[in-house]
Design a binder for this molecule. Structure first.
Ligand code: GLN
Length: 535
């Protein structure tokens, strides 16, 4: 049976609980402790799949095809673990399962209530998160303690901790210590104290208090917080702002958090060797930067494409460079002078996307890269745009489109280059009906993709509804765009590329989800190498 670390937040949301949980996962793994994760999201959506990334950040896709919260990306990247759908549970899922059971008659005539039925379903989800390799499961509760919608989860944590006992479960609370801009920015401890009180009202006593602040925490604040929150002073841990999130694990290690947690949970602990991680963190902060343009619809919000930014940064660091990633708004490229806006970048990425808005701007960018021989990496929608751009401007199909962009309009078959295949249908309901999760792909001999991956059968995660129209692949190939990756059984187009000296590769998958700081993704490594050489 695994042990549990619960992580809650207080005062405000978006404190970086995900990064702190992920950092703890990394530290514990490096200390010889196996870890797994569970993120509770108290919203009613069944999963993040139907949510606008503008509001909630990237939808992170797991190997088993779950559409999850972006924090799972932090967990996988920091702790170098692979998670699945059991690692992200929402209120919608909990209520869904309770209501299904009620209809089946499983409650045997009882009045179905939040306590005990909903809370029991949450406790079952906690137990289900156990994994054979995990000595410890880190359970992060989204939002802030005191939020109405989070209360059943807080109650479930209380009951679970009581049932498991002190040696098997510990509670960490992350709170903000604000510094008032008008004053001398002295860090205020009162909101954190109130947050501790709120927890106590719910029957929970935190074991560790993690303090998020702009500046390091003075000794006086630590002493005061320890006294008022009922936590030993060495268990009041500071988490000040850092240059890059990769510095957080080292910061926690220096305060002995991994050692203290292991001793509290009765787990063997060895001093973690963070040298490779530190080396990566230094490389990531390198002042010598490679300038890459990414064209998206949600520009100005790097969180919408979190894993892409990370994968590029991992690959840049491995190539000895920092990353200067410029987010360009697809609609600005449509309206303005695209080549002028793109000039000065050593590589272009068009990431995933949905709908028609911004497609023309993305294709203008791709044309700029293709004609100027600038390295290009297309991801999912970025492949579909590359195919349509090539159809229009090289194959002479001026009206080429994706069926997705035509909406309810029927496209003549000559114009339909990206399409819904019969077995995919126009899916209703919308949630969870895409081609999702890990899928195989066979790479063509002699291709750039094969050279990058170094293996001819690969697997990548997918999240899309549309496919390159199989009737058009011969025309693409005749005009010089190679299909260098296909699904081995279904024959679907997975990767296209332009042969010759230019690095121009687009994939129907989302390889960015599999990149890890210490194991950068081969396709990103190859792209970055080309971008550095191109410069
Ligand atoms: N909208 C496209 C599709 O559904 C691409 C999706 C994506 O980029 N993830 O096929």
């Amino acid at each position: 049976m695994g042990k549990y670390i619960f992580i809650t937040g207080g005062v405000v949301s978006s404190l970086g609980k995900g990064v702190v949980s992920a950092s703890l996962g990394l530290l514990l793994r490096a200390s010889g402790v196996g870890v797994s994760f569970l993120k509770f999201d108290p919203y009613l959506n069944r999963d993040a799949g139907t949510m606008n990334p503008h509001q909630h950040g990237e939808v992170f896709v797991t190997e088993d095809g779950a559409e999850t919260d972006l924090d799972l990306g932090h967990y996988e990247r920091f702790a170098d673990v692979t998670l699945g759908r059991r690692s992200n549970v929402t209120t919608g899922q909990i209520y869904g399962s309770v209501l299904d059971r009620e209809r089946r008659g499983d409650y045997d005539g009882a009045t179905v209530q939040v306590v005990p039925h909903v809370v029991d379903a949450i406790k079952e989800a906690i137990v289900r998160a156990e994994a054979p390799e995990a000595d410890v499961i880190l359970v992060e509760l989204g939002g802030t303690v005191g939020d109405i919608e989070g209360m059943p989860f807080v109650e479930a944590i209380r009951q679970f901790m009581l049932e498991r006992g002190k040696g098997d479960a510990v509670l960490l609370h992350l709170a903000l210590l604000p510094g008032l801009p008008a004053g001398d920015r002295e860090l205020k401890t009162k909101p954190a104290q109130h947050s501790a009180q709120k927890l106590r009202e719910c029957g929970l006593q935190m074991d560790f208090l993690l303090c998020r602040s702009e500046t390091p925490m003075p000794e006086e604040a630590r002493r005061k917080l320890a006294l008022h929150t009922n936590v030993k002073p060495d268990r009041v841990i500071e988490v000040p702002d850092v240059r890059l999130i990769y510095d957080v694990p080292e910061h926690l290690r220096r305060q002995g958090l991994d050692r203290l947690l292991c001793s509290r949970l009765g787990l063997a602990h060895r001093e973690p060797d963070l040298a490779p991680w530190r080396k990566f963190a230094v490389a990531a902060a390198s002042p010598r930067k490679i300038r890459i343009a990414a064209v998206g619809k949600y520009s100005g919000m790097a969180d919408c494409y979190k894993s892409l930014g990370e994968a590029l940064l991992h690959a840049a660091a491995a190539n000895g460079a920092g990353l200067d990633l410029d987010w360009l708004d697809a609609e600005a490229l449509e309206a303005g002078d695209a080549p002028a806006l793109l000039a000065g970048h050593s590589g272009l990425v068009v990431p995933g996307g949905f709908g028609y808005r911004g497609a023309e701007g993305k294709m203008r960018a791709i044309r700029w890269a293709r004609e100027g021989k600038v390295p290009y990496l297309g991801l999912c929608y970025g492949l579909q745009c590359a195919v349509v751009e090539f159809a229009r401007n090289v194959c002479g199909a001026a009206g080429a489109m994706s069926a997705e962009w035509a909406g309810d309009m029927e496209l003549p078959s000559s114009d339909c280059w990206v399409t819904l295949l019969d077995n995919q249908g126009r899916a209703t309901p919308r949630g969870g009906t895409l081609r999702l999760g890990s899928q195989p792909c066979r790479l063509a001999p002699g291709s750039r993709a094969l050279a990058a991956y170094g293996a001819d059968l690969i697997e990548e995660r997918h999240r899309h509804r549309y496919e390159v129209n199989p009737e058009k692949t011969a025309i693409l190939e005749r005009n010089g765009m190679a299909v260098s990756g296909r699904h081995p059984e279904k024959g679907l187009v997975e990767i296209v590329e332009l042969p010759g000296d230019q690095w121009f590769v687009a994939t129907q998958a989302h390889p960015e989800f599999k990149s890890r700081p210490l194991r950068p993704h081969p396709l990103f490594l190859s792209f970055l190498r080309a971008a550095i050489a191109w410069k």
